[in-house]
Design a protein around this ligand. Sequence first.
Ligand code: UD1
Length: 395
Amino acid sequence: MRSDAVNHSPQQAFRLIVTGGGTGGHTYPALTAVRTLRGRLAAAGRGLDVLWVGTADGLEARVAAAEGIKFAAVATGKIRRSSNPLKLVSPANIRDMGRVPLGAVQARSIVADFRPDAVLATGGYVAVPVSLAARMCHRPLVVHEQTVRLGLANRQLARYATRFAVSSESTLSLLPESARAVAVVTGNPVRPEVLTGQPDKAVQALGLYGFDRALPTVYVTGGAQGSAQINNLVRDVLPWLLEQANVVHQCGPANAAGLEQSTQALPAHLAARYLLTGYVGPELPDVLALADVVVSRSGAGTIAELTALGKAAVFVPLASSAGNEQAHNARHLQEAGAAVALLGAVTAQGLREAVAPLLADAGLRARMAERARVHGRPDAADRLVDVILAAATAT
Ligand SMILES: CC(=O)N[C@H]1[C@@H](OP(=O)(O)OP(=O)(O)OC[C@H]2O[C@@H](n3ccc(=O)[nH]c3=O)[C@H](O)[C@@H]2O)O[C@H](CO)[C@@H](O)[C@@H]1O
């Protein structure tokens, strides 16, 4: 499917509003779609005028700034779910609910002024007012869902979408009927640079000169915000782990200080094989290239990257993710022999037993990596761009 929108009015730039963020899982697929769309339009001699609408303090604001994308902030509120009705009327929820109508008014004025050819919404609370504004202003709305099970924001938006792009066939049966009629399976876009990392660049950029390259390297990651659970498990097995491997440990920007202390006791030869960092920025592709085994949360973004690359992985899913979505992702890959899933109450011993065979046996790692690659969709960004262009010309 190649749309006429690429060749339409070559002198006039394609106008896109992109919205979504809060976490890396919502932000990076949007960024990848923007880059891919820009490339496709440029190849046809057409420009792209893009405006990202997000929250001022979200990851998306930093990512848009780093990419040179215009950014507009709207007020947004996170409604904290709880089984206790009293907690639903907490001061924080009341304050945030008040911000939702304000965000809707701001979003409507932004969309009306910008007059986009299409709006792409990739989830997160901020996507709700912007998508509603797209609907009110009669602009084509493409909603992209990264996870197998719909996120809360996208569930609300499903009925307003011109096209509803999903990452997995198994999501189709979970969609409301109105969204199923406009649904397309695209996969979850992976930043292209993630696929072309180089191990030596990770060593140089992060100063990993104490790593023993004869040993395998483990990349531990808790997702964009880090994971206290994974941090504690890794801390408890660290001396053992460093006897068999080098470790890059991404612990979350807020957690680094607390962990540094526990690693100060390591003998020098083990400490040299360990890098603790809050967040892995532009070096991420190179760190993934260096990694032989990944110990990780099973958010949709991470899964899309690890399967596109083909990496042996041990997943520790976030148990409270919406509808146990992370456990579902991890179990699905475990059943295919493409990962190990640690479900339920995970102990340090359990992590050690899962990682040890993979560190000891390069053949086992290679077979798992090969099975993981079968689930990757490296062409997802191109497919999503097809959907955006088709939605823009359908009106
Ligand atoms: C806590 C939470 O709400 N989790 C959800 C969130 O995941 P969350 O955003 O935490 O995690 P994902 O795995 O989806 O994505 C993380 C992204 O951040 C990148 N990264 C991470 C760490 C780092 O140091 N550097 C870096 O670049 C990863 O490579 C990946 O691209 O959105 C996902 C997609 O909607 C959902 O599946 C998750 O359940």
